[in-house]
Ligand binder design. Sequence first.
Ligand SMILES: Cc1ncc(COP(=O)(O)O)c(C=O)c1O
Length: 360
Amino acid sequence: MSRQHNFSAGPGVLPESVVQQTQEALWELEGCGQGLAETSHRGKAFDAVFQRCKDRVRTLLGLSEDQEVLLLHGGARTQFYQIPMNLLRGGTAAYLDTGAWSHYAIEDARRFGEVVVPWSSREQGYDSVPAAGQWGSVPAGTRYLHYTSNNTIAGTEYDHVPEVDGTWLVCDASSNILSRPIDGSRFDLLYAGAQKNLGTSGVTLVVIRKALVEAGDKDLPPMLRYDKQVAKDSMLNTPCTVGIYVVERVLAWIEAQGGVAAVDARNDRQAAAVYGTIDATGFWHGKAQRASRSRMNVTFTTGDDALDARFVKEATAAGLHGLKGHRSVGGLRASLYNAQTDAAVDALVAFMKDFEQRVG
Ligand SMILES: Cc1ncc(COP(=O)(O)O)c(C=O)c1O
């Protein structure tokens, strides 16, 4: 079978050139005489990849000198508890509750201190995120505000960075990192599992301000201490070398596209094409409120479970994969991560129109 169009929510589509470079590197990494998966993480060849990876993160996110870049294990979900474990420590944190992943983060944080939730769309099936300034305020002394910049399951996304005053800003950017220009220096802690916009599963990017590294609990196992990870340059143990290589190549690919601004423009076009099809007639229904629509995960439905299931089946047979909505919410979802191709989006739009004509 040849490679087919991939709309999966993650692990998601990668740039083809990166897949090919990885194939070659698995055989031999950059002329070092050893395969990528077989060479030491402390060797010269991998170290070059690792340092380049961190440098590219710094440049693409516009980080400042007081921020550290870590490439850790455990997925974004490990950050759900590693953050409060280090930084909450019996204090109060505020969480914006905009989706299932935010909710899991809240549940984990409650083990380590008090959590206030100034804004939630849970009762509305997570169909929206707060507009700028809409979520209110946090109690005095709040350690940090946590938000999820893109809600992968519900298909909602912030178009702005929430303003905070006197409290640290923490963001789970797993499903939209580097999809639009953003001032990374605003974040006190920013994290993302790599398997959507950055690479493969097995690597979690964590950007953390030095003040937070220093403020972290010192009475934790070293693997869970940010200061120990910073001191050892994310190599307290063997890092996910293959995954870090892929992240470095994806970041180089973003630069070669013309940087985040160019990727942003393509994301805009692709999302507009799919939402335009959804809105064109009364056949499809977008699941998120319009002002909160995600450009990364387009959630929609025909309004009929059986018809949605038929759409997924026929789309799969036509070479369009991964269009089934998350099992917890049903419906349909097309993920349009940075590496999504125009050809795939064109094929999806054509298929949606054809399906509508046949069954609508
Ligand atoms: C927004 C968001 N946060 C966290 C996670 C969990 O990520 P991981 O599987 O890397 O732990 C996901 C997974 O899809 C996600 O979409």
